[in-house]
Design a protein around this ligand. Structure first.
Ligand SMILES: NC(=O)C1=CN([C@@H]2O[C@H](COP(=O)(O)OP(=O)(O)OC[C@H]3O[C@@H](n4cnc5c(N)ncnc54)[C@H](OP(=O)(O)O)[C@@H]3O)[C@@H](O)[C@H]2O)C=CC1
Ligand SMILES: O=C(O)[C@@H]1CCC=N1
Length: 276
């Protein structure tokens, strides 16, 4: 768990999630694990099945977005990017005077969000990632025009309960989406490939999966907890003439390092396109 993570058990406001699927749901799960009382949360979702799942957790769930934001202090937009504008149109007149709108949507700019939320509404654009579910999210935030430092700080404090935060200029949001927003998918892709390699070499599948997962966790913690650059940590594993050097040669022949960088660029470009 992230160090100094705030405990949300004495959070006094109310939070509404408009959409709580893979991403919104991971953040909400992170909040609940950090002690946010479920009675302080409302959720909307398209399907009855999703709503029922949250109701079972003690969270009030409905289908009426406007109703759900009445009296909310923080309104989290957890719908797909193409629905953000319509959902904001639905809730604009129901937002309370002090409500802060927090968008998780890739690509959707503050200009669009502010234009739809209405004049004077404080908006925060956030690029989250799904490890929020286990308290290890990465949240990249940009406050809008009408969002005070204090309001941005309240959103940072909430999100710190389930991950790390960085406040950045908006021009970096799409690249953040390419690195940390999409990043867990690349890591799961690597985990899958490592495990498959182990299976090919004869390891039982469950053992190969466990070796890959613990290796990613351990390497990730070394990256976060030491000041040593990734390249140096990689060198420390690579004995001259040894097995790791043989493996890295194969990866370099396949231009895998370059392909990963190019993947981040493709994700960054696509995030920008999704914002229209
Ligand atoms: N997935 C990820 O790793 C990341 C996603 N994001 C952003 O998070 C946002 C959500 O993506 P993701 O969680 O993957 O998508 P999901 O499809 O998993 O979740 C979307 C949620 O919105 C609900 N929903 C659909 N229509 C409406 C509506 N009209 N009103 C209210 N709720 C509605 C869905 O309900 P139901 O569950 O019933 O279908 C679902 O709960 C996107 O904007 C995306 O860019 C950002 C970073 C990472
Ligand atoms: O794939 C997507 O569009 C979203 C945004 C970043 C991660 N998932």
């Amino acid at each position: 768990m992230t160090t100094d993570a705030p405990d949300l058990s004495d959070f006094t406001g109310t939070v509404t999630f408009l959409g709580a699927g893979a991403m919104g749901g991971a953040v909400l799960d992170g909040f609940l694990a950090a002690g946010l009382p479920p009675e302080r949360v409302r959720v909307t979702a398209a399907r009855e099945r999703t709503r029922a799942r949250w109701e079972e957790r003690g969270v009030s769930a409905g289908a009426d977005n406007a109703e759900a934001v009445r009296g909310a202090d923080v309104v989290v937009l957890g719908v797909k990017p193409h629905l953000v504008a319509d959902v904001l149109d639905e809730v604009r007149d129901a937002l309370g005077d002090d409500a802060i709108v927090v968008s998780l949507a890739a690509g959707i700019t503050l200009e669009t969000l502010e234009g739809r939320a209405g004049a004077g509404v404080p908006v925060v654009r956030v690029m989250p990632n799904t490890p929020a579910l286990v308290g290890e999210g990465m949240f990249v935030l940009t406050g809008g025009h009408d969002c005070s430092e204090e309001q941005l700080g309240r959103v940072v404090d909430l999100l710190r309960s389930c991950g790390e935060t960085e406040v950045v200029p908006e021009k970096w949001q799409d690249a953040a989406s390419g690195v940390s927003g999409s990043g867990p998918a690349y890591v799961f892709y690597v985990a899958d490939a490592l495990a498959e390699g182990g299976v090919f070499e004869g390891l039982p599948r469950d053992l190969a999966v466990r070796l890959a997962a613990q290796t990613l966790l351990g390497a990730g913690r070394m990256l976060v907890e030491s000041d040593t650059p990734a390249a140096t940590l990689r060198e420390q594993v690579t004995s001259p003439g040894g097995s790791t050097a043989a493996a890295l040669r194969v990866l370099d022949e396949g231009a895998v390092r370059h392909r990963f960088s190019a993947a981040v660029s493709a994700a960054t470009r696509r995030a920008g396109e999704m914002g229209g």
